[in-house]
Design a protein. Structure first.
Length: 353
């Protein structure tokens, strides 16, 4: 009997101990769960704040540059006067602001462009100014520079992603192409057969300009497009394409071109066939200004390349010093429709009122 009572006592003590342990463990478990939830919320808030800071260009999260005082200026071939104007203007402004500059051309080759970005990273560039080699092909290069702390400022051509570059400063191609298309429609007398020369398919500007042209022209049922071919922004290719188009369409009344270099080739082909018909382009080069003044071309939409390039350098300098440009990533600079009436105000891609 004593043994049995002793056994019951041990049993009771064990039960009480278990209850105490269970009671004690419940509260810390609840506290642990609460702490975990608080930690999760804190992490979410921190992530949200970081994202907001990035979007606003907060100096605490802004890219500081690679560490050197070198500003890289990367453009397509400077054999094109528009790109030469970009490179020269950007270089002059960067030097004025105290930067060492390195200029290079990617020749519209994404692989070469990637190598140039690698060189900028290796040189610990402060910033990169770039008129890019492809809306999709450029994205990874810009991201790679960003990961190295180097901000990229894109000019003239956009890429198909936001948040990688600090700024994308481009001409308002849509506005400009529409404006000069209206002048061309007037010159055509709102009727006739015409051909279109398109730029590089990889360049978003080619599609934007073509769409803008057609938004105006397609309103006139008596304007009929009899040919549409890509000449890849090139003068020689444009000459050859127009030669072919004229052979198939000797009654051609006009030509619309995605840029001025193709306009030059188109006008030369027309001259070879003894034709002087309305032809327009987009850029605002001195060469085309001369053709407009002489009556061999109808007009062009001036992209203010010099202004765009200078704006990018000024914003890069501000960003490196203050951590923000104070502007949205995507920025549009309006074009100016140039015809015989105002061509005398254009020189070196600069329009003087």
């Amino acid at each position: 009997m004593k043994v049995f009572k002793k056994f019951l006592s041990v049993l009771a003590v064990t039960a009480m101990t278990g209850a105490m342990i269970a009671g004690c463990s419940t509260k810390p478990a609840a506290e642990t769960t609460a702490k975990e939830e608080t930690a999760k919320e804190t992490t979410k808030e921190a992530a949200a704040k970081e994202e907001t800071a990035k979007e606003e260009g907060n100096s605490e999260t802004a890219l500081k540059g690679g560490g050197s005082n070198i500003m890289y200026i990367i453009t397509p071939s400077v054999s094109n006067p528009a790109f030469k104007a970009e490179a020269d203007t950007a270089a002059a402004k960067a030097k004025e602001l105290g930067y060492e500059i390195k200029t290079a051309s990617h020749d519209d080759d994404p692989t070469k462009q990637a190598e140039l970005f690698d060189s900028a990273i290796a040189d610990k560039a402060a910033a990169i100014i770039c008129d890019n080699a492809g809306a999709d092909a450029t994205i990874e290069a810009v991201k790679k520079a960003r990961e190295a702390g180097i901000p990229t400022f894109l000019i003239d051509r956009e890429i198909n992603e936001e948040g990688a570059a600090i700024a994308q400063i481009v001409a308002n191609n849509y506005q400009g192409a529409k404006a000069i298309a209206e002048k061309w429609v007037e010159a055509m007398g709102e009727k006739g057969n015409y051909a279109e020369l398109l730029g590089k398919e990889s360049d978003t500007n080619a599609g934007v300009r073509s769409s803008a042209f057609h938004e105006v022209i397609d309103q006139y049922p008596d304007l009929v497009m009899v040919a549409q071919q890509t000449a890849n922004w090139e003068k020689t290719e444009a000459f050859e394409k127009v030669e072919s188009i004229l052979q198939a369409n000797p009654d051609l009344n006009g030509i619309i071109c995605g840029n001025d270099t193709m306009l030059e080739g188109a006008v030369a082909a027309c001259e070879a066939h003894g034709l002087n018909i309305p032809v327009i382009g987009v850029d605002g080069s001195d060469e085309v200004a001369a053709l407009i003044a002489s009556g061999k071309a109808t007009g062009t939409a001036l992209q203010q390349f010099a202004k765009i390039a200078e704006t990018a350098v000024v914003q890069a300098d501000k960003y490196l010093k203050e951590g923000t440009t104070g502007e949205d990533e995507k920025q549009l600079i309006d074009c100016v429709a140039i015809t015989k009436d105002n061509v005398d105000k254009l020189k070196g891609f600069i329009y003087s009122e």
